[in-house]
Write a protein that binds this ligand. Sequence first.
Ligand code: GTP
Ligand code: MG
Length: 285
Amino acid sequence: MSFPTIQWYPGHIAKAEQQLTNGLDKVDLVIEVRDARIPVSTSHPHLKKWIQGKQHLLVINRRDMVSGEAMHSWDKWFRDQGQTPWWCDAKRGTGVKQIQQAAIRAGDHLNQRRLSRGMRIRPVRALVLGFPNVGKSALINRLVRQKIVASARRAGVTRTLRWVRVGQDLDLLDAPGVLPPRLDNQKSALLLAICDDIGMGAYDVQVVAVEFLKMLALLENKVEVSNQILHTRYGIPFPTEPDECLKWLSLLAQRNTSGQIERMAQRVLDDFRKSHLGLISLELP
Ligand SMILES: Nc1nc2c(ncn2[C@@H]2O[C@H](COP(=O)(O)OP(=O)(O)OP(=O)(O)O)[C@@H](O)[C@H]2O)c(=O)[nH]1
Ligand SMILES: [Mg+2]
């Protein structure tokens, strides 16, 4: 792969990581949220350290954006590794109830221990942790059944840590998305850019869009991407050769954006992010 290096570590995330260390002292449970389209690239290298001595729930969000088969094969993969993934669509609320129950069960366990030590029972405290834009705040809003924390379609919406109570049994800590200070794996960095999980200023939109199209050209026949969806949406047959993707994008630009490839690149990426291009897994086990 040859494209300019993608790095993104804004000041608010650096600050959030420091606050997170303090926040972690107060929580019993870490609800780790990942993106179903890129469940590996949204796993944080420091997670092991952060969950030490705590309970851990692995939530794979955006289940609506991948196919049933992809979900199934990842589910098996995680279980083979000894982990239980909780699949969720925080936008529509699918799977949220189960996550709430699992968190409360974790709390029961904890309170039994507290009682046996003569301590009072209290709500379980959970930190909702994950990369930017994976849907942490959306999940919290679903759990509380109201729009209590800001949630929007871009990376870096949540800026500070904030506690939110869910009923009698659960306290949730919303936190800014975190990611490694250095994106050493540039393939992952590209996937994060495609999925809008890092700030736009960190990459060249056209380069990222072309790399995305090349992936789609290569995915064809293997997974659920259909050339037909792209052909129908944009009116020009989608190439089967990765080398022709830039030319295809220029043709679309000529038709739709007065020849401005950058604007067309942005539109294609937005269409993917809004699920207009079908169910696309960018990582499979
Ligand atoms: N299709 C779909 N969209 C989702 C899902 N979960 C969240 N979203 C949308 O994704 C966008 C980002 O959600 P947020 O809740 O702001 O994400 P976040 O992880 O809190 O992001 P930061 O605060 O920036 O770290 C919002 O527009 C949500 O409506 C999901 O499961 N499916
Ligand atoms: Mg947020």
